[in-house]
Design a protein around this ligand. Structure first.
Ligand SMILES: NC(=O)C1=CN([C@@H]2O[C@H](COP(=O)(O)OP(=O)(O)OC[C@H]3O[C@@H](n4cnc5c(N)ncnc54)[C@H](OP(=O)(O)O)[C@@H]3O)[C@@H](O)[C@H]2O)C=CC1
Ligand SMILES: N[C@@H](CC=O)C(=O)O
Ligand code: NA
Length: 435
């Protein structure tokens, strides 16, 4: 039998997907049994990078998800609507779904998976996180026997490209973003990438798989890279760090034996020690470090975006569904390692309860005793300092850099509030977390 694909979208990822499905030689033999039945697009007149019969293309996307001949709907449209409604309609019609759409899954995953489980169909999303890097299926399958402690990733290529160039060229964020947009590395509207929202969607999905519960996206703390300056990158370098936008999902150490377990799920620019495995991930590449027991650390690295890489993950999902359908004769019992069955919501710790190290840079009046006063404010709120040094001067202001030991974020923020009220403080240009 042949498995018939209804492809929604023929842009970067859709065209890459069609390319693989049309050029099957030397790939897995199961691909011979997968065929494109119809393709939904916005414009029929656009030229496409892949040769396809005109009659495959339609602007009627509803017709594809309602077509009884289609077995698997592949949603690579992007955006929230009509993607969400089309996915739900495909599920209601008993079709399996493959999607690359992290925005839809992070927001509507509960609705979509509830519908898929009751319809007995799969919703696969390997391309949605880390593009071509296999991370979703490894979390569901080969890492599933581990107790996962933490998932830490560089999951946004645009921001990693910008930070890497800021580091190598010693440039400022705005100039490098503008150049990245000119070169096509950053989108015209860069908000989702540079404000950490794309990474937030992705870490919500990874956290859900790693920790076996649903995640409320609004509880994921997201901070982007707009405020990272060339000065911070230079200080990071002097102190033995690089700055990376990290997406982190981590089980907190309970404060007492009876404290409830909570998860930290957050995205923030972070000082990463140069010796850490994520420090050397540069340019548009992505990497995800998974830590668990008994496995220890395992890191996945590769292209997080791009036509071919992302399509590799999309077609792998199609192939997995085809393989399972073929081996169980299309029975509707879902394979437990391909489906997502968790129902409860994970308890997410508020950002104030996160325990981490901090770096902060202060501009102060150049007066004797300022460093002492800073130290006293931190001490008043139980913030222990690893180092406090005056680095130099900016105009007539002294520049002081502080690195803390692990502190509760709420205490650190209270100390900063007290510091802001000191007469000697001009400003606090940067506050960054330290891994
Ligand atoms: N690009 C990448 O490297 C990666 C993308 N993704 C995800 O993959 C998905 C697709 O991204 P990408 O391929 O880059 O997007 P593109 O913008 O390149 O392609 C979108 C495609 O969907 C079609 N489309 C969009 N909206 C509609 C609509 N309302 N009706 C009909 N057709 C529509 C467009 O039609 P037309 O061509 O006629 O305009 C186009 O073919 C997104 O969810 C994205 O987040 C995930 C990982 C990496
Ligand atoms: N915009 C994303 C690509 C797709 O996920 C990125 O920059 O990594
Ligand atoms: Na992936």
């Amino acid at each position: 039998m042949a498995f018939k694909i209804g492809l929604l979208g023929l842009g970067t990822v859709g065209a890459g997907t069609a390319q693989i499905l049309l050029d099957r030689a030397s790939r897995h033999p199961l691909l011979q049994e997968i065929e494109i039945h119809s393709i939904g697009v916005r414009s029929l007149s656009k030229s496409r990078p892949v040769q396809l019969a005109d009659e495959l293309l339609t602007t009627d996307l509803e017709a594809i998800v309602n077509d009884p001949a289609v077995d698997i709907v592949v949603e690579v449209l992007g955006g929230l609507e009509p993607a969400r409604s089309l996915i739900l309609k495909a599920i209601a019609n008993g079709k399996h779904v493959v999607t690359a759409n992290k925005a839809v899954i992070a927001r509507y995953g509960d609705e979509i998976y509830t519908a898929a489980n009751s319809a007995g169909v799969y919703v696969m999303l390997e391309a949605a996180v880390g593009g071509g890097i296999p991370i979703i299926q490894p979390l569901k399958q080969y890492l599933g026997v581990n107790r996962i402690h933490a998932v830490t990733g560089i999951v946004n290529g645009t921001t990693n490209y910008i930070l890497t160039r800021m580091q190598t060229e010693k440039g400022e964020f705005g100039d490098i973003l503008a150049d990245a947009q000119k070169l096509g590395y950053a989108e015209a509207d860069p908000t989702a990438d540079v404000d950490g929202l794309d990474a937030g969607d992705k870490i919500a999905i990874l956290a859900s798989l790693a920790f076996g519960g649903r995640i409320k996206l609004q509880e994921v703390y997201c901070e982007g890279i707009r405020k990272v300056s060339a000065a911070d990158i230079a200080y990071a370098d002097k102190l033995g760090f690089v700055i990376k936008l990290l997406a982190i999902a981590k089980l907190q150490q309970p404060a007492t034996d009876n404290s409830p377990e909570a998860l930290e799920v957050r995205v923030n620019p972070t000082f990463v020690p140069k010796t850490h495995p994520l420090a050397s991930i540069n340019g548009v590449y992505n990497a995800i470090l998974v830590e668990g027991e008994p496995l220890g650390q395992v890191m996945f690295f590769g292209p997080g975006a791009g036509a071919g890489a992302t399509a590799s993950a999309v077609v792998a999902d199609i192939m997995n569904i085809a393989a399972v359908l073929k081996s169980n004769n299309n029975a509707t019992t879902l394979h437990p390692l391909l489906s997502c069955s968790h129902q409860h919501y994970c308890a997410i710790a508020p950002i104030e309860d996160v325990v981490t190290r901090f770096y902060a840079r202060f501009l102060t009046k150049d007066r004797p005793g300022v460093i002492g006063k800073l130290g006293t404010c931190f001490g008043n709120h139980n913030v222990s300092l690893e180092s406090i040094v005056q680095i130099g001067f900016q105009d007539s202001l002294a520049e002081i850099v502080v690195v803390t030991h692990d502190v509760r974020e709420g205490n650190f923020r209270k100390a900063l509030d007290e510091i802001r009220s000191l007469d000697a403080i001009d400003s606090i240009p940067s506050i960054l977390r330290v891994l």
